[in-house]
Design a protein around this ligand. Sequence first.
Ligand code: 5CA
Length: 445
Amino acid sequence: MRLSRYFLPVLKENPAEAQIVSHRLMLRAGMIKQQAAGIYSWLPLGFKVLKRIEQIVHEEQIRAGHIPLLMPTLQSADLWRESGRYDAYGPEMLRFKDRHDREMLYGPTNEEMITDIFRAHVSSYKELPLTLYHVQWKFRDEVRPRFGVMRGREFYMKDGYSFDLTKEDALHAYNRHMVSYLRTYERMGLTAIPMRADSGPIGGDNTHEFLVLAQTGESEVFYDAKVPELKLGDREVDYDDRAAVAAICEEFTTLYARTDETHDEAVFNQIPEERRCVGRGIEVGQIFYFGTKYSEAMGATVSTPDGTRVPVEMGSHGIGVSRLLGALIEANHDDKGIIWPEGVTPFHCGIVNLKQGDAATDLACEGLYKALVAKGLEPLYDDREERAGAKFATMDLIGLPWRITVGPRGLANGVVELTSRRTGESEELSAEIAVARITEIYAGK
Ligand code: 5CA
């Protein structure tokens, strides 16, 4: 993409309404525009990152054997009356009537709808296990939408629903989700800690939240200092191997890590004092096992091998896709702007032309641009007639992990400059080697 032809409405001033850094930087970098309280347009740069996050979520869900579909945002009230949640949900649910006076709602979550799909099409244990998921907009009429996309009213969520014959199978589905989530967050360059939590309106008593440590997080968290050091790394995971999946979950959930909802001071105090950490976290996902709460109420049963019928065992599993943008920025920024991890960056690198209009410099930039595109990469070429300082400031603000700077002086010596946004370190090298370096960095990402 050439910046002169892109739509990147960056703001020079700090927007007064933004209280936390991720909200401020998303507005300043031209990623989002507020349309009403807690409701945003996703401008091209924000939309690009949102789609990259969504893509990683899909890849890891499909790897775990889960199947994507798409359910609507609007739902009928009748479905929610069947589970008893139409009255129980409260004012967070946006309710309205259509022209025929039928009661409708904008879905805050989809347990009822997926159970309806299941009961219409599945009747035998032979069709299990089954996990269906989608990535779709949700609406919750939060009392206090705030912090930009972090606590929105309209937000983008991955929600997955597992169906199994037995509790044991359902707990394997729960574990499979936990491991797939750990992989998902790690690929984005985030450390998200599974913490035992409270289930709220979804129900059930087996639930973990995934929290990214950040000063600005809404939840207070208590954890053993060793927990954030745990990593999946390059481990191959066989999602059908129950024991292996359970062992990973055990590894990540044995040490103390809880939110204020489930915190137990006495247990916490058994950790050696120097390892006791109290901090704040952003909840970027939650998994629930709730058994037959919905299947029983809505008549979703399956036949068993001995010919009887039982309500299907269920769980639901969510990732806050739009909230992740905020969490990623809270965890990756400095005073100049965003620093995208390579796994989610909107463009792979920036190209800054220090002397736009100079024939040799323009030609070198075009050559670099084409060479990167030929490698399957997406560079953002700042080809505007602007001062170098302004170009650097824009690149720093929008946070591309790598920048190639091209100027007449370097070109005279046959070099361009490759700069890391994270460390600020620069290196002079030939354009060919710069392209090879960037290609290598993104290989497999
Ligand atoms: N049905 C279940 C799981 S599929 C469910 O709705 N879970 S949830 O309520 O925990 O939401 C899943 C994730 O969505 C949360 O972990 C959080 O990351 C994100 N989320 C929830 N509310 C908001 C909100 N108001 N704004 C942005 N993200 C949100």
